[in-house]
Write a protein that binds this ligand. Sequence first.
Ligand SMILES: *Cc1c(COP(=O)(O)O)cnc(C)c1O
Length: 417
Amino acid sequence: MKNIFIKNKYNADSHGHFEEYGGRYVPEMLIPALEEVERGYNEIKNDPVFMEELMDLFHNYSGRPTPLYFAKNLSDYLGGAKIFLKQEGLNHTGAHKINNCLGQALLAKKMGKKRLIAETGAGQHGVATATVAAKLKMKCKVYMGKVDYDRQRPNVFWMEQLGAEVVPVEHGTQRLKDAVTATLQDWIENVDDTFYLLGSALGPHPYPSMVRDFQTIIGLEVQKQLKEVYEIDRPDFIVACVGGGSNAIGIFNPYLEDEKVGLIGVEAGGKGVGKIGNHAARLQKDPKIGVVEGYKSYFLQDSDGQLQNTHSISAGLDYAGIGPEHALLWKKGRVKYQYAADKEVIAAFKLLAKKEGIIAALESSHAVAHAIDLAKKLDRNKNIVVNLSGRGDKDIFIIAKVLGDEKWKKFLKEESL
Ligand SMILES: *Cc1c(COP(=O)(O)O)cnc(C)c1O
């Protein structure tokens, strides 16, 4: 792959507006920092040396290209369309997040920065950031709400082992929102040597576009693999789960102008999309525009613009906002946004494990759940590509609990003695 930077008609304008969405709604003090990141990002787009170094890291450090695997057992069992799985879970650290972290960290290094800062909710982005900081010999500080910090001890432990300093944020609601505030404060104070490494295709310009570009490697590999391995010109459908939206936009991006390919994003339906607080499906019922965390998009909010509580069985999709490019693609009807409920997600997780020997992340299992429904309605000559954004090892605590595994409970008790 020589270049991941591709243009299409849905791209943001030079101010980061995806029509009415996106932009840069931040305090004046942050503008110079964002402009510096934007300049750096624009420079590397035409820098073959950067591209070569990034590809080397993708290839030799993260293990790319990840396989595009024909799930024959599952497809045969369902009796409909053929399902292909893009195995992002086989990346180093177990998910697509490392693509973006390697890209941004390499850019930070080119810009002469010595220190990476990030905020993380469940901790997956923190682990990926701490990983690339170690690899690229940079200092790393990760902010977490105190509530998340206490709940996510396994990820905090790994971040510490990787050499990062993890800071529990004790003010406000002690959640992700407060961690974002603390990270921005750190950035303002230390902008000379510090780079803010943002974890999904959202936030103020240029992050939504930049994160998309670093994740576009997923879609570009799918194009190549479909042709070279399976002699398929284009898939009929691509299905991906949507938290902030980075794995989805990464696999969709090369196909956005190819209208023959149906694109489907799957949101977290949680315990049902009917009730506030039970889900994280922002685009299902009467979406509401707002400006939060530096960008304009759709957010789960009440009439005063206060963010609503969300719920999902998967930590990675449990977020009230969605990246601005997805807002545009929804409005244009280019991508259809569906949802999967927790129960369907667990069923899909179990079926994939039994039929293919693949333990998928709960986030990715949302996409699998939708693909299972879709495949059943289609003929064998149709092809569905599912972005399997991560592997499920990290979810053992949640899944064993949901499945009520008694021996697991006993194991936890004995381990804690
Ligand atoms: C973080 C995460 C997601 C959600 O993030 P996006 O930016 O929407 O891709 C999805 N899948 C996995 C495995 C994750 O770790």
